[in-house]
Design a protein around this ligand. Sequence first.
Ligand code: PLP
Length: 446
Amino acid sequence: MNQHARPNRPALDSYWMPFTANRQFKRAPRLLAGASGMHYTDMDGRPVLDGTAGLWCVNAGHGRREIASAVERQLLQLDYAPSFQMGHPIAFEFAERLAAIAPGPEGQRLDRIFFTGSGSESVDTALKIALAYQRAIGQGTRTRLIGRERGYHGVGFGGISVGGLVNNRRAFPTLPGTDHLRHTHDIARNAFTREGLPAHGAELADDLERLVALHGADTIAAVIVEPVAGSTGVLLPPEGYLQRLREAATRHGILLIFDEVITGFGRLGSPFAADHFGVVPDLVTTAKGLTNGVIPMGAVFAGRHVHDALMQGPEGAIELFHGYTYSGHPAACAAGLATLDIYEREGLLTRAAALAGHWAGAMHDLRAAPNVVDIRTIGLVAGVELAPREGAPGARAYEVFVECLARGLLIRVTGDIVALSPPLVVEAGQIDEMAATLGEVIRATP
Ligand code: PLP
């Protein structure tokens, strides 16, 4: 859209909005009309600094012409092709490019790639691959899936079953045969950790041992965690936690899945969290930054041992009865390839590492503001946790969100936690602006 064209205000009745207080929103709508670089434009043409990369996805910033042109070219060349029993070149090309930067060290990269349409689909795909893998290696009794409290793995039935956010679960039945590790959030011991990872809590990874003792390892197929839990309010893994979880999973023949829908594609300062923490999972789920958020797409990265175990049976047999109409959609692949070009040319998959110190400094300066009970940063992510108002959980942070927007800054809140995750093209001055606005608003909010 031409940024200068002002769209008309739309009628609001028919669109049932996702994860939104619809009635409240429609009384006082917050509409974004355009975007370029680090900024959105609202309906009145005012700039809004994007503190959240949209929904953790617009890593290369908004309005990248190169991506738009690549999508247009692809749509005119080949708009859609069936994804089952047929192929088209750009899906293979994109998979090869992704394989070259796939999570894991050289020689151990998870370079077999299954395309999906979203993060939720990536999660359900990874869970199904894990089950199919166990069956294929003669471990068909392993059907249990382990997640973690406070985890967010999207909204499919698989994802909510291993997820650990009560509001996403309470209205829906979840899969039988799931269980959860305890979460790692521990303000009492780890508040305001500024350097490195929280010192306390690695032993929580031993929960996997507890669940093995309870259920039997021979019933457990996989354990899935977000290396850094995002949607629940930015929870960092305690020092040594992920390594310990990896060791326990290996010991018991359980596949380890990292859900990197947020952490993938440079958010922490490394291409993937698996690289950042030096822990190699068996499967990695991604979406969001895969296409800079501009065309819906997800990808599951699988280790060769997982992939190869399934490539057996009669030559003409379909090895995995799973896939989507839009797996490897040509337009999404075009967007993804153009996105990767930008990431590589502009060094965006590691840029967060260079800015992390400045980012942490700016965010931790908010410590002195009233009602701030913890600040957590890693790469270009921050969680600023506020004390809930007596009897009104979430109200304080919601007011902070609304007021930041009024002052031209988009943040995200979950409960009473403010989450920030700007596009990876953010400049130091814009980081300072975010911290200054957020600080002023927190100070002005009772
Ligand atoms: N997994 C994680 C870790 C996420 O943060 C999200 C979305 O925020 C999802 C899965 C779901 O992705 P989507 O909304 O694309 O289905």
